[in-house]
Design a protein around this ligand. Structure first.
Ligand code: CA
Length: 369
C-alpha cells in the first residue's frame, strides 16, 4: 500500500513540474478516489455445510483469493448452511442485503424464478465444458444478469461438478415400473420429470438427505457424485448407486452478489471479485475430476456398493418426458423462453462439433484391436 501511495505521489509531482495531458490528470483523479486503507467486510451465506468438499470449499476459496488479491481490503466471512440463514433462504438473504454475497445452485430458486434452472443444469443438456462456454462466450452471462436484475442480484458461475450420478436407490431399477411410487430427493426440473414418470419427488438440502433415507422418508436420492456422496455416507443407507446423471451433465454452482454491495466497491475490487469467481469456477471442476474415481473405487471395493447403469428404456423415456416438460416449463414465461432458446441453440451448435472432437476422442481411446 505504501509503495502505491509513493508512486501516486511521484506521478503527481512529475505532473506539477512537467505538466500532464488531460487524460493523465483524469486518470490520477480516478485512481486517487480509491481509499487503499478502507477495508470492506462482507458476509457470504451458502447452501452447503461449512467447509464441505468441493461445493463448500469453493466459497472458502473465493474468500481466500479475494483476500490475497486485494491485500486484505475485502474480507469475506463464509457461513455454512443454517449458520446465518437456512440453505434454502440464501437467495432471499442476499437479495435483500442481509448478506453481501452467497454461494449455492441457481436451480434451487425455480419456485420464484423459472429461468434460474438454466444456469445450473437442464436434463439431457450441456456438459461442464459446454455450459462454461455458453455462460462465458455464448451470451449466458448477460441473460443470467438480466434474469437476476429484478432481485437486486449479480450472478457469477462459481464452480462445476462435472457429470453427476443418477443417485442412490434402496432397490434396483430394472424398468419404468420400478419408478412408480418411488419417493426421491431430486431438485428442479428433474424432479418434475421423475414425478411424471410416476415417482414422488421432494426437495431437501444435502445435509438432510442421509436422515431422510435412513428413516424411510425417501427411497432414493440424488446428490452429486462419488466425491461428495461418500462424505455424506449414503452407502450406509442405500445399496444401489446409479449412473449416468441424465439430469445434471455438468452442474454450475453460483456466486450471487447483492447489487448495492457490488456497486459500492471500487473498480479494482470489483474486478478481483469477478476474476476470483472465474478461478473458483474452474478449480471446483478440477477438484471433482481429480477425486471422483478414487471415491467411487472406495464405495465399490471397500463399502460393497452396487454400481448400476440405468436401463436404456428408462433413460429414453426420461428424455421423452424431459422434452415435454421443457416445452410446458417455458410456456407463458418470456424470460425462460428467451434463455432456453439461447441455451438450446448453443447446445445444438456445440454438440455438432463435439461429435467429432470430445465424443470421437473418448470413443477412440476405447477402440479394441
Ligand atoms: Ca445433483
Amino acid at each position: 500500500m505504501k509503495i502505491m501511495k509513493k508512486k501516486l505521489l511521484s506521478f503527481f509531482l512529475i505532473c506539477l513540474f512537467w505538466g500532464c495531458s488531460e487524460s493523465s490528470t483524469t486518470a490520477i483523479q480516478e485512481t486517487t478516489e480509491i481509499d487503499l486503507n478502507k477495508v470492506y467486510k462482507w458476509n457470504m451465506v451458502t447452501t452447503w455445510p461449512k467447509n464441505y468438499p468441493g461445493l463448500g470449499r469453493a466459497a472458502e476459496n473465493l474468500s481466500k483469493y479475494v483476500d490475497e488479491m486485494s491485500n486484505g481490503r475485502l474480507k469475506i466471512k463464509v457461513y455454512g448452511a443454517g449458520e446465518m440463514v437456512p440453505a434454502m433462504e440464501v437467495f432471499d438473504a442476499v437479495s435483500r442485503g442481509a448478506a453481501q454475497l452467497g454461494h449455492g445452485a441457481s436451480y434451487y430458486w425455480t419456485g420464484k424464478l423459472k429461468s434460474s434452472q438454466f444456469f445450473t443444469a437442464v436434463p439431457f443438456g450441456l456438459t461442464a465444458q459446454e455450459i462454461n462456454s455458453w455462460i462465458h462466450w455464448g451470451g449466458g452471462q448477460e441473460l443470467w444478469e438480466e434474469a437476476y436484475a429484478p432481485f437486486n442480484l449479480i450472478p457469477f458461475a462459481g464452480g462445476n461438478t462435472g457429470v453427476q450420478m443418477a443417485g442412490w436407490f434402496k432397490k434396483e431399477i430394472n424398468s419404468l415400473d420400478d419408478l412408480k411410487g418411488l419417493k426421491m430427493r431430486i431438485p428442479g426440473l428433474a424432479g418434475e420429470i421423475f414425478s411424471r414418470a410416476g415417482a414422488e419427488t421432494v426437495l431437501l438440502p444435502g445435509s438432510d438427505i442421509f436422515l431422510a433415507l435412513q428413516q424411510g422418508v425417501i427411497d432414493a436420492a440424488e446428490w452429486v457424485g462419488p466425491f461428495n456422496d461418500l462424505t455424506f455416507g449414503f452407502h450406509q443407507v442405500a445399496d444401489y448407486y446409479y449412473y449416468p446423471g441424465w439430469h445434471e451433465g455438468g452442474s454450475t454452482l453460483e456466486i450471487i452478489i447483492n447489487k448495492e454491495a457490488y456497486s459500492s466497491l471500487p473498480d479494482d475490487l470489483k474486478a478481483i471479485v469477478k476474476y476470483a469467481a472465474r478461478a473458483v469456477n474452474q478449480e471446483m471442476l478440477d477438484e471433482y475430476t481429480a477425486n471422483n474415481n478414487r471415491a467411487l473405487t472406495e464405495l465399490v471395493e471397500v463399502h460393497g456398493v452396487e454400481l448400476r447403469k440405468l436401463p436404456d428404456d428408462v433413460l429414453i423415456e426420461l428424455r421423452r418426458i424431459s422434452e415435454e416438460v421443457m416445452e410446458e416449463f417455458i410456456k407463458d414465461d418470456e424470460m425462460a423462453t428467451k434463455i432456453y432458446n439461447s441455451y438450446l441453440a448453443f447446445k445444438q451448435d456445440v454438440i455438432q462439433y463435439h461429435e467429432i472432437s470430445e465424443k470421437a476422442f473418448i470413443e477412440m481411446r476405447d477402440l479394441e484391436e
